[in-house]
Design a binder for this molecule. Structure first.
Ligand SMILES: CCCCCCCCCCCC(=O)SCCNC(=O)CCNC(=O)[C@H](O)C(C)(C)COP(=O)(O)OP(=O)(O)OC[C@H]1O[C@@H](n2cnc3c(N)ncnc32)[C@H](O)[C@@H]1OP(=O)(O)O
Length: 217
């Protein structure tokens, strides 16, 4: 489904999954354009946190809508196909190059173990200063998906991801995310993970990732 202002009909691409993974995992070149784009994403993220905390007046909302429409038009004029985009590029595509989830700072990743930490802002909140459960799951999917890719950067896809919520996951506090490959069977990797706030286990997850075959989308 497209919205009236969605340019995806012009820029959507479906190519071989391995080709797209190769593009995504190749870091964007360190240029003034890339550095400016990262600053833009940081500002968008700051905007999201401010948006959910504000009760603007009707007049202020109308003013913001006009400004945002102008900003959106500028972006639409710069739209490019997926395989050319800066967004979500590089090893740290769960990090500063995206706005889907709280940015993950990766500490370690190899073929067996993944460790990262994050601090989530208010945009990630469900309510009462607790992280939305779906955001917890997207953090697991990203961490475990990155681990499934391993050092060879395979293209792997989530077959299932089961999250158990043990304690609330606080907003605005450091969270530590770990994942481990438990079993490898051919294309299949069974991976488990934990999300910690200090010594408190906030959530844990079990998943199966399958490496895609050549020619799969
Ligand atoms: C911080 C930086 C991060 C940066 C890195 C960021 C990484 C982000 C990663 C995000 C990953 C995603 O969210 S991916 C998006 C969410 N996932 C999807 O959309 C996947 C949709 N499904 C598919 O495309 C397909 O089902 C595939 C490609 C996954 C598998 O299809 P296939 O290739 O035809 O394989 P198929 O034969 O069906 O299954 C393969 C094997 O798995 C088994 N299998 C299949 N389903 C199940 C099941 N529910 N439970 C147990 N086992 C199952 C089969 O029996 C078989 O075993 P055997 O007979 O071989 O033993």
């Amino acid at each position: 489904m497209t919205t009236p202002h969605d340019t995806s009909a012009q820029t959507a691409q479906r190519i071989d999954a391995m080709e797209m993974t190769k593009h995504r995992r190749t870091p964007a070149p360190d240029t003034p354009q890339t550095r400016a784009y990262i600053r833009l994403l940081e500002e968008v993220s700051n905007f999201q946190h401010a948006l959910v905390q504000a009760n603007p007046t009707a007049e202020a909302s109308d003013e913001l809508i006009a400004k945002l429409a102008s900003v959106r038009e500028t972006l639409e004029q710069a739209a490019v196909p997926e395989a050319e985009r800066l967004y979500a590029r590089g090893e740290l595509s769960g990090g500063e190059m995206q706005v889907l989830m709280p940015p993950l700072t990766v500490e370690h990743v190899d073929d067996h173990e993944f460790r990262a930490h994050t601090v989530a802002g208010e945009f990630a909140m469900g309510m009462n200063q607790a992280m939305h459960g779906g955001v917890v799951s997207v953090l697991f999917d990203t961490a475990m998906g990155r681990l499934a890719m391993g050092t060879e950067m395979l293209s792997a896809r989530t077959v299932y991801l089961t999250t158990q919520y043990r304690n609330i996951t606080p907003i605005g506090e450091r969270l530590d995310l770990t994942a481990t490959v438990d079993t490898v069977e051919g294309r299949k990797k069974f991976i488990s993970g934990q999300l910690w706030h200090g010594d408190t286990l906030c959530a844990e997850a079990d998943s199966l990732f399958v490496a895609v075959k050549p020619g799969q989308q």
